[in-house]
Design a protein around this ligand. Structure first.
Ligand code: BJW
Length: 229
């Protein structure tokens, strides 16, 4: 990493797995228990808001029981010690990166502890348990709060800033993601086309593993600290 001037890192559910947060597509993952069409699409929310609120209330309450692991901590240390440009983009809606000390961080699929008002578009801290009758702390409107997360068919957050960083980076790392979900799964192609060296760190080869220049396979708490230190 000695000659690297700009790093972009993409993380997915695999980085939080050893903290006790469920992944999506592993054998006992979230999509083995829930149909994504029910809980992770705008149409599912219209059909059955209670089911969607229950799903995200449960996952948000789970945050209190988990802690950042050695992989989150290694990325936070890397950011502190690296003198060039650094951007961490996570698909995860948990708050483990920030709790480990990461600062230049984009939650491209939103955040579990944030609520979004569909009327005034303000973000607010998620109330104890969000439900259909919750009111927006900013505009007071009742019944228009939703989880501040990006569902299938919705545009992920801060895509312009992410693409700008990807176009200018000379190292792109993808950590703990299966590479099934776009546009995140396409970042490697984009970064590589703009000249970056690309490395996958994951438990197993991802969907797009052949696009990466290098791959390191194993558990995040081992391979991430080993790679960055
Ligand atoms: C370990 C480990 C350990 C385990 N150590 N590793 C082509 C281009 C663009 C879009 C599309 C396209 N084709 C299709 C689309 C649409 C769609 C999509 O991608 N569909 C696919 C299923 C094909 N994409 C979208 O809809 C996105 N929006 C969009 O494209 O907007 C454009 C647009 C909008 C409107 C009009 C016009 C254009 C939005 C996607 C939103 C995804 N949302 C979710 C749920 C919400 C958040 C939440 O509830 O948490 O986000 S889905 C779910 O998947 C979640 C995750 O962030 C995301 C990615 O999952 P991730 O992180 O990769 O987890 P897993 O479980 O899949 O993988 C874990 C990996 O870790 C595995 O490989 C394990 O091996 C590994 N692992 N333990 C290291 N200890």
């Amino acid at each position: 990493m000695a000659r690297t001037q700009s790093i972009v890192i993409l993380t997915g559910a695999g980085i939080s797995a050893e903290s006790g947060v469920d992944t999506f597509r592993d054998k006992d993952g979230i999509w083995s228990k829930y149909d994504y069409r029910d809980v992770a699409t705008p149409e599912g929310f219209v059909r059955n808001p209670k089911m969607v609120f229950d799903f995200y209330n449960m996952r948000r309450r789970g945050l209190a029981k988990v802690k950042p692991n050695a992989a989150h901590e290694a990325l936070a240390r890397l950011e502190q010690e690296f003198s060039g440009a650094f951007l961490l983009v996570t698909q995860n809606i948990d708050n483990l990166h920030e709790r480990a000390g990461s600062r230049n961080l984009i939650h491209m699929h939103g955040e579990l502890d944030s609520a979004l008002c569909k009327v005034c578009e303000c973000r607010s801290d998620w109330p104890d348990d969000m439900e259909q009758g919750s009111s927006c702390p900013a505009c007071g409107t009742v019944g228009y709060l939703r989880p501040d997360v990006v569902w299938f068919g919705e545009m992920p957050y801060q895509m312009d800033r992410i693409h700008e960083s990807l176009a200018g980076c000379d190292l792109f790392l993808s950590i703990g993601t299966s590479g099934n979900v776009y546009p995140a799964a396409g970042f490697v192609d984009f970064a590589r086309a703009h000249g970056a060296h690309t490395v996958e760190l994951n438990l197993e080869p991802s969907e797009g593993h052949s696009v990466f220049h290098d791959a390191i396979h194993g558990k995040a708490t081992k391979i991430v600290p080993d790679y960055v230190e």
